[in-house]
Design a protein around this ligand. Sequence first.
Ligand code: FES
Length: 511
Amino acid sequence: MREIQLPSNPEPYWREEEIPTFEPLKTSIKTEVAIVGGGITGVTAAYLLSKQNVQVVLIDSDEILNGTTGHTTAKITAQHGLIYDEFITHMGEEKTATYYQAAMRAKEFIEKTISEHQMDCDYESQDAYVYTNDDHYIMQLENEMKAYEKLSIDSEYLTEIPLKLPLKAAIKMKNQAQFHPLKYLKELVKLCKENGVTFYENTPAIDIEYNKHPNILTKDGHRITCNHVIIASHFPFYDKQGFYFARMYPKRSYVVAATSKLEYPGGMYINAESPTRSIRTTPGKDEPLWLIGGEGHKTGQGESVMHHYEKLKKFSSEHFDVKEFVYRWSAQDLTTMDKVPYIGPITKGESNVYVATGYRKWGMTNGTVAAMILADEITNIPNDYAEIYVPSRFQPDPSVRKFISMNADVAKHMIKGKLDFSDNKLDEIKVDEAIVTRINGKRTGVYKDKQETLHAVDTTCTHLGCEVEWNSGDRSWDCPCHGSRFSYKGDVLEGPAKKPLAKVDMKTKNG
Ligand code: FES
């Protein structure tokens, strides 16, 4: 039987949509609010602020809607995996209820905005299921169900789900939703433009200076002087000693999009155990596409990235009678110390510069919550949800232990990477593959592109000096310490690193 292959290039289905493009910033400017990052948080905040006649400029280091927002599975749900029992234990029932209500408020906002502006964005009401096929997780599901009952979440405990998958138990959260995120957001961009928002693409922000007002400095040497800055750049491009890189950890996860001979029974699904399996459908161009995601792992660590796609392919083929794999893509997500996003002033007492980050894969609701909170904060409207997300909060949480071990993990990678020298031969590199070798005594990464040109970079991460590893699925160099990612030419794809990897001159190779 013919084996069905995965697409050779990573490309999210959502990006097939035609997205408006914008010029880079070419001069220094002034505005009331400057937003850095054109994903769901930045665009929604721009929309909300501009509706209230606030002057807004939005810049993106690349193209808008091409970061995590363009690589999501786009479930609009308050069912963020198994979370509510854990949250009640760590932060009490009241704050947990606030988290749930904020997510549901975000869902209502999206729904209302779509209906008000008659947006055609494949929005569908769906039930969300978290399920397990592992005996060890049954008690966790039972406890989660008790948490749902305490929080009066409209739900049901089940031993069968509509989708044909082996399972022991499941919880259904009723009346959640899914959509095409870029069809929705491009409409919001259009509304923003009508309200006077100015967008600039390919305009990386590199720093903030404080004079009377905050000034964003761009890579091209321009300044944006403003009253308020919203940093919605996924990983904050600017830290102001908030030490965000030490308070979050990055994970990559994968999606394959397939057509199937089966009829999809409805619902959005995620399992409780590892490896994660997340399933939903979307209408697709000609026929429904099944989006099967999961295989999360710490960025820059573990087995070859293509193995993760292969595992999703195997799972999909085993259970869903796949006709063809049409797309594959991956995303990077950040998790905070207590799993609640950081939304609010970048450091305690700061009233001009805000961050929104750490959405732990649930960016459609958390990103919308962030936009609503920050728009309210800037326009002095009280917001009932803001308090639980304040970045300077301290929760005495058992997961602090996890972070201490995460930082030990960073130290381990810092040392291991340096020692991990090899003498791979340049003439043995195959097309579209990379090796780590030694050039002039330095650990060097070399990628051979499809035209057989070699690209050599110093593998020392420009953030804090760990050694990057090759990501064969996305053709990037990824840092195992805090998740910075670089293109095969060394350009920064994701922070916290701000500077590119140093290029290595191949002509002077002397091993
Ligand atoms: Fe921190 Fe690379 S991202 S050292």
